[in-house]
Design a protein around this ligand. Structure first.
Ligand code: SF4
Length: 62
C-alpha cells in the first residue's frame, strides 16, 4: 500500500481467507514482521482478532 494503511482499512495483501499474501517475503512491512501474535490477540475467532487489532490500530494511530 504505497500511502500506508489507515486504521481500520483492510490491507490489500489479505486474501479471501484473511491470510497474508506476502508472508515471509521481503516486501512485507517491518511492522507486520515484528508483530508477535498471542492468545490474547487472536482469541478463538476472526471477529475477536479483528476487533483486537482495530483497538490496537486506534491506540497507535496519531
Ligand atoms: S501482515 Fe501486514 S502485509 Fe500482511 S496482510 Fe497483514 S497488514 Fe497486510
Amino acid at each position: 500500500m504505497p500511502h500506508g494503511k489507515k486504521a481500520g482499512e483492510r490491507c490489500i495483501q489479505l486474501d479471501q481467507q484473511n491470510r497474508c499474501l506476502i508472508f515471509g517475503m521481503a516486501e512485507r512491512p517491518q511492522v507486520c514482521s515484528s508483530l508477535r501474535p498471542s492468545g490474547e490477540m487472536c482469541g478463538n475467532s476472526n471477529q475477536y482478532a479483528f476487533t483486537w487489532l482495530a483497538r490496537l490500530e486506534q491506540l497507535t494511530t496519531p
